[in-house]
Design a protein around this ligand. Structure first.
Ligand SMILES: Cc1cc2nc3c(=O)[nH]c(=O)nc-3n(C[C@H](O)[C@H](O)[C@H](O)COP(=O)(O)OP(=O)(O)OC[C@H]3O[C@@H](n4cnc5c(N)ncnc54)[C@H](O)[C@@H]3O)c2cc1C
Length: 434
């Protein structure tokens, strides 16, 4: 009996998961490789970083996701090489051969050539990053509580977030609410509401992908929450004691040890290994069917692909809906070709990928959000409810949906945040003592 043809999918994010699911009825053997053992719902990472939800609520073991899809083998490992001629990807000593390859390894943070800033300004991309930010953020209030004088307390309670896109805005709003309400009555020596939260953005407005009116609403809401927003401001250096910023009115410096980097991403380096053309941020320029030019058996999807949106002429935004749609599209193509192969028929003509714009949303705080849906702009409570509904809907796993809803309802009623744990302190102490 002929073996089933093999599909290798690299990345168990939004795109990779959809591609694998699209192959559930296909006569293929799928190997899904990810360096993490879990699928991560990145849109809610900021809630882990600000102690609103527990990490397990937004991450699902990939093995569990495919427990009932018997044609999928899950491999936990980091792909370090792709041999497109031999049709194989390399994980450690092993090579996994494929008839079709789906590359869905996403994007990673980028410090625009200043990788030395990373030690002082962690990014927000993985669960570990979120826990590190949570540790630094909550730890700062503990340091302020035992600070010797007002100056040391003020320095401990200054937070700078670099990048005014959705992640920066969401983090700044959540941090302001936490220090103003949630933890205020838990401290004795320090008034946590005096925390200074600064959001630094290089462009002239926040949420630059959104309609300008929504950027204004976000700015207004953040001001209301006490966040200091610096627009047209470029960070020029970050070190252990603070951040230097270049502004039209001159250079300024903020003394702080609490900086978060939410300013940029770069495509996974695996794209460059295909030898296909890439854009300035490392995304692979794919054909209309999402395959790599000259390699019809290799598809690139999600944040790693540069895809044109026929409707606007711009790029499909690097967001979850586009990644899911690309994954489904490629799953369908491969399933169709596998069917034709099994029946001894020629492969059907491939269809071009068409992006369906599902809109954009960002939340700023309790009852405050902005949403741009089907040409409509929505702000305030309605946008916030929409945001919550959409995120619960797309969270993977019934348990995660229920637990997250309970945690949100609890925080809404009691202004509480259930995941206020400072973890990783022992590791930090061991490093210091070594
Ligand atoms: C903090 C944050 C907030 C966001 N908020 C929103 C939002 O509100 N709405 C929205 O639509 N989008 C949001 N996004 C963007 C959205 O998460 C991405 O567009 C989406 O995750 C892209 O999906 P993907 O499958 O291409 O990549 P990912 O979901 O990033 O998945 C890539 C996978 O590949 C794996 N991988 C990478 N390299 C390797 C390797 N060498 N070997 C093996 N495995 C590898 C990774 O572990 C990961 O699991 C947010 C992103 C971040 C970081």
């Amino acid at each position: 009996m002929r073996e089933h043809p093999r599909v290798v999918i690299v990345g168990g994010g939004f795109a990779g998961l959809r591609a694998a699911r699209g192959l559930r009825r296909a006569s293929v053997r799928v190997t899904l490789i990810d360096r993490q053992n879990h699928h991560l719902f990145q849109p809610l990472l900021y809630q882990v970083a600000t102690a609103a939800v527990s990490p397990a609520n937004i991450a699902q073991p990939i093995r569990k996701v495919f427990r009932r899809q018997h044609n999928v083998d899950v491999v936990m490992g980091e792909v370090r090489g792709i041999d497109a001629e031999a049709r194989a990807v390399r994980v450690g000593e092993r090579a996994y051969t494929y008839d079709w390859l789906v590359l869905a390894s996403g994007a990673r943070d980028s410090y625009f050539g200043h990788d030395d800033w990373r030690a002082f300004a962690p990014p927000l991309k993985t669960i570990d990053d979120a826990l590190e930010i949570r540790r630094r953020f909550l730890g700062a209030f503990e340091r302020a509580e035992t600070g010797r004088d007002d100056a040391s307390r003020r320095a401990a309670l200054t937070f700078v977030i670099v990048g005014g896109g959705p992640t920066g805005v969401e983090l700044a709003g959540a941090m302001a609410e936490l220090s103003d309400h949630t933890i205020r009555r838990d401290f004795r020596a320090v008034d946590t509401s005096t925390a200074r939260i600064v959001l630094v953005e290089g462009r002239g407005r926040l949420l630059s992908q959104f309609d300008p009116k929504l950027s204004e609403i976000a700015l207004h809401d953040l001001h209301d929450l006490g966040v200091e927003v610096m627009l047209d401001s470029m960070v020029t250096s970050i070190d252990a004691s603070g951040v230097s910023i270049e502004r039209a009115e001159g250079a300024t410096r903020i003394e702080t040890a609490n900086v978060v980097w939410a300013a940029g991403v770069r495509a996974s380096p695996l794209g460059a290994m295909l030898g296909a053309p890439t854009d300035a941020s490392g995304r692979v320029e794919v054909d209309a069917d999402l395959s790599v030019p000259g390699r019809p058996e290799v598809f690139v999807v999600g944040d790693l692909a540069r895809v044109l949106d026929g409707a606007t002429g711009g790029d499909v935004p690097g967001m979850a809906p586009g990644a899911m749609q690309m994954g489904s599209h490629v799953g369908e193509i491969i399933a169709g070709e596998a069917r034709a192969l099994a029946a001894g028929r020629p492969a059907p003509a491939r269809t071009a990928f068409v992006y369906r714009d599902k809109g954009m949303m960002a939340t700023i705080g309790r009852n405050r959000a902005v949403a741009q849906l089907a040409g409509r702009r929505v702000g305030g409570m309605l946008a916030w409810l929409l945001w919550a509904g959409v995120h619960i809907f797309y969270l993977i796993g019934f348990r995660s949906k229920v637990l997250t809803m309970i945690e949100w309802a609890w925080s809404y009623v009691f202004y509480e945040r259930g995941a206020r744990l400072i973890t990783g302190v022992d590791a930090e102490r061991d490093d210091r003592d070594a």
